[in-house]
Design a protein around this ligand. Sequence first.
Ligand SMILES: [Zn+2]
Length: 262
Amino acid sequence: MFVDSHAHLDTSRFNSDRDAVIQAAFAGGVTRIVDPGCDLASSRDALALAKAYPGAIFAGVGTHPHEATTHSSEIEEQYRAMAREPEVVAIGEFGLDYFRMLTQRETQREVFCAHLRLARECDLPCIIHVRDAHDDVMELLRAHGQGLRGVFHCFSGTIAQAEECLEFEGFLLSFAGPLTREGNELPEVARRAPLERLLVETDSPYLVPKPLKARRNEPLFVKQTAAKLAEVRGLTLEEVAQATSANAERLFRLPRNAANDA
Ligand SMILES: [Zn+2]
């Protein structure tokens, strides 16, 4: 049984066949999916989806760094209200993205800190997006994130950066499709990190894992990344599924899934 800890099922790329994609995931052993919001509208959509699939889909609420200019205290108020719903299990995704830099640095940093405060206030884990901004994320977490928990989603950094991330005790690393690709340090990161600090995700509809050739990623394909994780750690797929599912349950405080006890 797998948990896809990060899938944007609410996006329009699933409009024509969303339920079929979700049913395929369930049939393939993906028992729980976390759908993080990227702005107010997608956070609402993620929550609606979570309510439509109780106990199986859960939502995050937050503003992605690409959308950081749209963030406001009014939107934060909406997130705060949504966070009281039991289906909302995280604040995010939010973070810093200096690769595309769709929003200037200072605004991104302010919005990042606003989400940390919200996560603390709501006692929810953070789903953090980092791209070309590792040092700033570390700096802001050290200053404002003490005691928080969360996940560095789609971790794509170096061994040294992973070690720094893991110094934040409540935080996990989540691997997506890049773990299955060549030319990065991720297999070594995955080998060294404590198993109880790891999650798997798809980041659907993006980042199709190798060797799949699909044009769109979907939660079922989380097994491909889990298989790579099993390979580099010398574990069985079942052991990786069991460990990463338990980690996701603990981080997001997911209710126990009946199918998981089988
Ligand atoms: Zn994402």
